[in-house]
Design a protein around this ligand. Structure first.
Ligand code: SRM
Ligand code: SF4
Length: 574
């Protein structure tokens, strides 16, 4: 089947992570023993690699690192736990569970992620099991939230087209369930399940899609419902674009090979927008997902992890090769892609009535962080709403939250709570802030080179007056920041982006497409706040004065010559 690495024979070149996966006996490793070790709050590196498949990363509080080092203490080890829900849809009971475990076992906050999952930070090793058990009791899971497998399947939360949403949501769930790892390791380790699989042969049957070494790298699927591209479908390894004709879902266009991650100064790594390769009927999408994942399993690079994402497999072999391979494995051919149009990749805030007659309220949550501050009791307000809410909550791909499916009967009560706690639809913020995203970064992210979540709000405070002065307060401009070039807030698709280089220093990018359809381009390297503001000031006033009717900022900066357009198929660094 593969000329490269089908199930990664030991003799083929492979990275150390491949060995760890192979030795792990389907994600078990020595995790059970490691968790019982009370001498240290940390876990060994091999087990940490496996922990990712179980939805957790070991971290340490980087704010405390130097001080603890001086005091000759081990770093303040703690765990991040990612809880996934396909399409970001959760019940009020599940919200209340997240709230409870965040208070009891984590740092008292909930982080809504750019892939519509939850993250908890600061969970201690001894509390991991209880936390994961509570999560599972409420029918959510941390399994495969991280690791070399398919991650949370994203879906436009679409509060207004309720029927289409529920139909596409069912498909998202089916794709997600189908691609879940089937090893019993998760149940054995965390849920005290019976040890059912002893022999490798039996287990192999249990991982018919992934096999014993899983994928070469993480794999991401997103489903967009035009005209909204809020899930940034072109950033996904595999994208589905719902095609709705005469009010009915007729199928999906398929896009492949998107990805955001790169390393500074390494031209072999680059972000890329996905290519649309064809169309299939709704009932065919699981087959397409399965076969695509299996092609990546067999042909992805297992030797160099930096080169192991699906986008590189496609680039190395060509998109035509991929289509042929996919069609051959499917036993039928994809149809010609259908026409569609995206307007934007943002959220629509405030109240809207769905086609099912129920109400939906989209809230603005700065960088997805749900917490209580002295002057903003966001977490408490949402808890009070969850206690009386009979619909659902939807996490958006822009780190926001929708209180969804509110009956007309309950709307007044929910509105009262929104008012009492001052929960905001962002209307009193600038449109720039409403279109902003920042990754987690410091102090928890071990890969962060600069601040992001903790810095972007104050940078926005300084940019907003420039917008006000130029009458651009209500102009939608997409701005994103990350603390490193891994691209967790998909900054490479923003009209204005800052990617961390060193403490207080960022590379500044301009010219992304307003609907997430075009990568941006490097404008200035390694600049601090002063230079950021000095660069933006004249640009913003020129934009206000010179823009054409309906011209977006990302298009303007290209026309005005600040950066060159990144054409389709061109790489970021070109
Ligand atoms: Fe990410 C790694 C946070 C979405 C590309 N990402 C990390 C880690 C786990 C750091 C680590 O490996 O030690 C970060 C944990 C920080 C912390 O303290 O919480 C982290 N990524 C996040 C989240 C929480 C950002 C957020 O602010 O919401 C997002 C969680 C998503 C989820 O719920 O599943 C998150 N990460 C993304 C996205 C956006 C997306 O998926 O739509 C990307 C770019 C898309 C892509 O994958 O191409 C992304 N994260 C990465 C990468 C680079 C992968 C690559 O292509 O090379 C890494 C590093 C790695 O995998 O080695 C990474
Ligand atoms: Fe960490 Fe970098 Fe991702 Fe930000 S972009 S969360 S700094 S890995």
């Amino acid at each position: 089947m593969s000329d490269n690495n089908l199930l990664s024979p030991n003799s083929a070149p492979h990275s150390d992570v491949e060995d760890i996966k192979r030795r792990s006996n389907y994600l078990r490793g020595s995790l059970t023993e490691t968790l019982e070790d009370r001498i240290t709050g940390s876990i060994p590196e091999d087990d940490n690699r496996l922990m990712k498949f179980h939805g957790s990363y070991m971290q340490d509080d980087r704010d405390l690192r130097n001080e603890r080092h001086k005091q000759k203490l081990e770093p303040a080890f703690q765990f991040m736990l990612r809880v996934r829900a396909a399409g970001g849809v959760v019940t009020p009971e599940q919200w209340l569970m997240m709230d409870r475990v965040a208070q009891q076992y984590a740092n008292g906050t909930i982080r809504l992620t750019t892939r519509q999952s939850f993250q908890l930070h600061g969970v201690l090793k001894w509390n991991l099991k209880s936390t994961i058990q509570e999560v599972n009791e409420s029918l959510l899971s941390t399994l495969a939230a991280c690791g070399d497998v398919n991650r949370n399947v994203m879906l436009n939360p679409n509060p207004y087209q309720s029927e289409i949403h529920s139909e596409v949501y069912e498909w998202a769930r089916k794709v997600s369930d189908h691609l879940d790892p089937r090893s019993r390791a998760y149940h054995e380790i965390w849920l005290d399940g019976e040890k059912v699989v002893d022999s490798r042969e039996e287990a192999e049957e249990q991982e018919p899609i992934y096999g014993p070494v899983y994928l070469p790298r993480k794999f991401k699927i997103g489903m967009a419902i035009p005209p909204s591209n809020d899930v940034d479908v072109y950033s996904q390894d595999l994208g589905y674009i719902a095609i709705v004709e005469e009010g009915k879902l007729v199928g999906f266009n398929i896009s492949v090979g998107g990805g955001m991650g790169m390393s500074h100064g390494d031209p072999l790594t680059y972000p890329q927008v996905a290519k649309v390769i064809g169309f299939c009927k709704p009932e065919q999408i699981i087959d397409v997902a399965e076969k695509t994942v299996m092609i990546q399993r067999d042909y992805g690079d297992r030797a160099v992890r930096k080169h192991a994402r699906f986008k590189y497999t496609i680039d190395d072999r060509g998109v035509d090769w991929f289509i042929d391979e996919l069609n051959a494995r499917l036993g039928w051919n994809l149809e010609e892609s259908r026409s569609f149009h995206f307007d934007d990749n943002g959220d629509r805030y405030g109240w809207v009535k769905g086609t099912n007659g129920k109400w939906h309220f989209t809230m603005f949550i700065q960088s997805g962080r749900v917490k209580d501050d002295a002057d903003y009791l966001l977490m408490t307000g949402l808890r009070e709403i969850a206690k009386i809410h009979t619909g659902d909550f939807r996490l958006t791909a822009n780190q926001n939250l929708i209180i969804s499916n509110v009956t007309s009967h309950k709307k007044k009560k929910v509105e009262e709570l929104i008012k009492r706690y001052g929960l905001t639809d962002g209307i009193h913020y600038s449109a720039l802030r409403r279109n902003s995203m920042a990754c987690v970064s410091l102090p928890t992210c071990g890969l962060a080179m600069a601040e992001s979540e903790r810095y972007l709000p104050s940078l926005l405070d300084k940019i907003e007056p420039m917008l006000e002065e130029n009458g651009l307060r209500e102009e939608d401009i997409v701005i994103r920041m990350t603390g490193c070039p891994n691209g967790c807030a998909r900054p490479m698709l923003a009209e204005i982006a800052f990617i961390g280089k060193a403490p207080g220093k960022y590379n500044m990018y301009l010219g992304g497409g307003f609907s997430g359809n075009r990568l941006n381009k490097l404008f200035k390297e390694n600049i601090g706040e002063h230079e950021i503001l000095d660069s933006l000031r004249p640009m913003i006033s020129r934009y206000a004065a010179e823009r054409e009717q309906g011209e977006h900022f990302g298009d303007y900066v290209i026309r005005a010559g600040y950066v060159k357009e990144v054409l389709d198929g061109q790489q970021f660094h070109a």
